[in-house]
Each structure stands twice: as structure tokens, then as C-alpha cells.
Design a protein around this ligand. Structure first.
Ligand code: OOG
Ligand code: NI
Length: 456
């Protein structure tokens, strides 16, 4: 049998190629990478313990390669095509995000790796949104948008051919994988040449800026790539010095000793030149920059507490007061690891230390991991949150759509319609996190837990 390149390796090649392409397309993204790298080095120099912890948790290796991106597509066929392309890179749809509640006419999933080793190698993720044409009120315009979308093909013939080859062979050789990465990248490239005339663009734009972005171009340009920082407050504060104007508030939870979930901020990047089909020139803003700081993944009970406290805190106008409201509201969210574990609020991976390994036969499945930790037999490390947050995502969308964004009639969440477009069910992130914790528990001789039905 021929030697095939692993999905992890293809994903790594692709993420790298995408990052190089995006630096050329959006130079400010390169500046952002420099800023994040500077801040991360500063944090690690100052906190030797953190460096040691990240090294022990196997998190340090992925930190500098870690990115997420986002794209938006127009039709079920396009989404189904992406599913096949991403599967070759070991990325699978996880989670369902309904953005219509925020007046955004899309629903989304995240394509990402799901296995421990794959995540540790390179957790590249792509937040992928599908247009909901039923939320375009003007039925004539809706029909026109669908007609335009029906004519385009998101993928190059070479990419489609390699997807076929992969299906037949069960893998790709090195040369095929390299070609696949090159061909697949074309789908995400920015194209100045629109596939509509200026007037159609304007009509689509008037319906919703996002509709114009999704329908007017021949590809589904990557609209941002996001590096991961260890100190988002510092990056936000330093952005102006690097010539970057951040959005008003950092989305997500407040700063904590034990970071939870995901904190994000973004900035508007570019106004890009567009050439419409009759040769008219125009401009389009769709692409931006974003940074994120990731913390521990929460259990369903932890997530409910998070959602409640976030709603309590509300949104204040400037970041300083917003963070203060958050701090106050989140005083009720425990901030020490032992309580996060014992209250069943967050997921952890357990590992036997040498003393535990030596006494393995004394560990009983029903033992309390905390006692074994206190005895020096066991170590726990937070399971990193690998997904997105719908309220934060809505904030990121909004901040980059500009002030004139219309909030429209709300659609109903339609996970079923999304999954039938995708051609499969999305994976449940909570199940994945629980499996990660349970794999580690079993490896230590401890019983598995089921926290999927816990209430806070
Ligand atoms: C996606 C916005 C959401 C995130 O990190 O929450 C997002 C988009 O603008 O297409 O990227
Ligand atoms: Ni993003």
C-alpha cells in the first residue's frame, strides 16, 4: 500500500499556507502576529510557572501555530463540499450556532480536529456560516441571490479531483497532498473581481451587508485568521501602539486566575477594491483581524452558569466598565481549580505522576481524584476550550459589519436544516470534552463520569 500523508499533516500544511496567504492579503494581520508573539513571550518570561504548566500540559507546542479562521457560504451544496475538503484535513463539524437571534442571517458550525493528539498537533479551526436565504425578506432579491449562487463553483477542478482521489484511495500521497493544499487554498483567496454588477451589489448590501459579502464574489474568502494570546487585555491595550484600532469591548468572560472558555477582540481591517462585472469600481469591507485567549472548557452546568452571569453583566459602552461589570457578575464563578473540579464546572485531564504510577494497584475507580492530587499521585490539567461562543460571535460579526447593521425579524434556530445541508449531524462539543476527560480518568484507573445532565 502506498504511504499516505496523515490528515494532521495536511491540516498543518494548509493552516500554514493559509496564514502566509492572509499575511499577504491583509498586512495588518502580520502586524497582529508580531504583537501577539511579543506579548506571549513577555508573559512566559514573567511567569515561569505558567511556562512550566503549559509545557507539562502539552499546550506550549501548539500555541504559536494556533489559529482559527472564518468563512461564509451561500448554499447547502457549498457547505457539503467544504465538509469533504475539511475532512481530508481531519476537521469535522462541531456545534451549531444560531446567529439569527442577533439579526445575522446565517447559522454556523466550526470545523475542527476532535482527537487529543490531533488537537495537540495543530488545533486549526474554521468557523463556517451558511446563509439563510429565508431571512432575506424581499422574495425577488432572494430568488436573484440564489440564482447567482447557483452559478458559481467554490472549488477548483483540481481540488474536486483530489477529493475524489482521496475517497478512492483512502489517502493522499505527498505530491497529491501538496497539490491538494494549493488547490484548496484557492477557495479561500480574496477576489477583487465580483460576480455581480454594482447595482446588484448595492441591492444585496441594502438587504444585509453579509448577504452582499456572501453572494457577490466567486469564492468564500477567509474573512479573518485569529492567533491565540496568553494575555488579551495586554494585546487590547497595546493595539493602538501597533496602529490597530480594536473593537470597543473584549467579548466573553472577564480576566481570571483560571481562564475559562474564550475571550476575543477584533478590529476592522480593510476596505478592499472591487471590480464589478460591468467594469465599475467599488469597495467592500469584509475582512478583519481578531485575537483570542482560550481557557478551560466548561461542563453543561458550568456553561449554564456562564450564560447566566454573562446575561446579568450586560454590555457596557467601554471596555473598562464592561470588564468591571463582568468582574462583579462573575464573582459567583469559582476561580480555583479544585472547586472548578469538585463542583463539576469544568473539564480536566488527569495523569498519573510517578508516585501514583508506583501505587497504581491501590487506586480504586471510585477514588476522589482531588485526594490523589493532594497526595501527589495525580496531576490535572485543564481541557482547553476548542469551540466558539454564540454571543461573542454575534459581537464579532456586528463590530465588523459597521454601525448600519440592521436587526431584522428573528429566524428560528434550525439545526436540522443546517445538518441536512451539511450532509451529517454536527458533533456535540460537550460529549467530546467529556470523552477527553474520561479517557484520561480510565488511563489512571479512575471511573468515568457523566456530567452531561448535571444542573448547576
Ligand atoms: C464569523 C464571526 C465569528 C468568532 O471567532 O466568534 C467568529 C464571521 O464573521 O464570519 O469568528
Ligand atoms: Ni473569529
Amino acid at each position: 500500500m502506498a504511504e499516505y500523508v496523515s490528515a494532521d499533516e495536511i491540516r498543518e500544511m494548509f493552516a500554514q499556507a493559509m496564514s502566509v496567504m492572509y499575511q499577504q492579503e491583509v498586512p495588518l494581520y502580520g502586524t497582529l502576529l508580531d504583537l501577539v508573539a511579543d506579548v506571549n513571550i513577555g508573559v512566559l518570561e514573567k511567569h515561569a510557572m505558567l511556562l512550566e504548566k503549559l509545557t507539562n500540559d502539552g499546550e506550549i507546542g501548539r500555541l504559536n501555530v494556533e489559529r482559527h479562521g472564518a468563512i461564509r457560504v451561500g448554499t447547502p451544496e457549498e457547505l457539503a463540499g467544504l465538509r469533504k475538503v475539511f475532512a481530508i484535513m481531519g476537521m469535522y463539524p462541531v456545534g451549531y450556532y444560531d446567529l439569527s437571534v442577533a439579526g445575522i442571517p446565517v447559522h454556523s458550525t466550526a470545523f475542527r480536529p476532535v482527537e487529543d493528539a490531533a488537537l495537540a498537533r495543530n488545533p486549526f479551526r474554521v468557523f463556517t456560516s451558511l446563509l439563510r436565504p429565508e431571512l432575506i425578506e424581499d422574495t425577488q432579491l432572494r430568488a436573484k441571490a440564489l440564482q447567482i449562487l447557483a452559478k458559481r463553483s467554490l472549488f477548483t477542478p483540481g481540488c474536486l479531483e483530489l477529493v475524489e482521489i482521496h475517497a478512492e484511495q483512502g489517502g493522499l500521497t505527498t505530491t497529491q497532498a501538496q497539490r491538494f493544499v494549493r488547490e484548496a487554498l484557492e477557495t479561500f483567496r480574496w477576489r477583487q473581481q465580483a460576480c455581480v454588477d454594482a447595482q446588484t451589489y448595492q441591492t444585496l448590501h441594502n438587504a444585509h451587508r453579509l448577504v452582499a459579502d456572501i453572494v457577490s464574489f466567486p469564492g468564500c474568502h477567509i474573512n479573518h485568521l485569529t492567533p491565540r494570546t496568553l494575555d488579551i487585555d495586554r494585546v487590547q491595550a497595546l493595539m493602538p501602539e501597533y496602529g490597530i484600532t480594536p473593537k470597543n469591548v473584549i467579548e466573553g468572560p472577564p480576566r481570571r486566575k483560571n481562564p475559562i472558555l474564550l475571550r476575543q477582540t477584533s478590529f476592522r481591517a480593510l476596505e478592499e477594491k472591487v471590480i464589478f462585472t460591468a467594469g465599475e469600481q467599488g469597495a467592500h469591507t469584509a475582512r478583519f483581524g481578531e485575537i483570542e485567549q482560550r481557557g478551560v472548557a466548561l461542563t453543561p452546568a458550568g456553561r449554564r452558569l456562564y450564560d447566566d452571569l454573562l446575561a446579568d453583566a450586560g454590555v457596557a459602552g467601554d471596555n473598562f466598565s464592561h470588564q468591571q461589570h463582568l468582574q462583579n457578575a462573575f464573582a459567583r464563578f469559582p476561580d480555583d481549580e479544585a472547586t472548578l473540579r469538585s463542583a463539576g464546572l469544568a473539564w480536566y485531564r488527569y495523569k498519573l505522576l510517578p508516585a501514583g504510577d508506583a501505587n497504581r494497584q491501590l487506586i480504586k475507580p471510585e477514588d476522589d481524584p482531588q485526594e490523589l492530587i493532594d497526595r501527589g499521585w495525580l496531576a490535572a490539567s485543564p481541557v482547553t476550550y476548542e469551540d466558539f461562543l454564540p454571543v461573542s460571535a454575534a459581537g464579532i460579526f456586528q463590530s465588523n459589519l459597521g454601525a448600519e447593521t440592521q436587526v431584522r425579524e428573528q429566524g428560528h434556530a434550525s439545526q436540522q436544516a443546517f445538518e441536512s445541508a451539511l450532509g451529517c449531524a454536527v458533533k456535540d462539543a460537550f460529549v467530546l470534552y467529556q470523552e477527553a476527560e474520561n479517557r484520561s480518568r480510565r488511563a489512571c484507573g479512575l471511573a468515568a463520569v457523566n456530567r452531561l445532565t448535571d444542573t448547576p
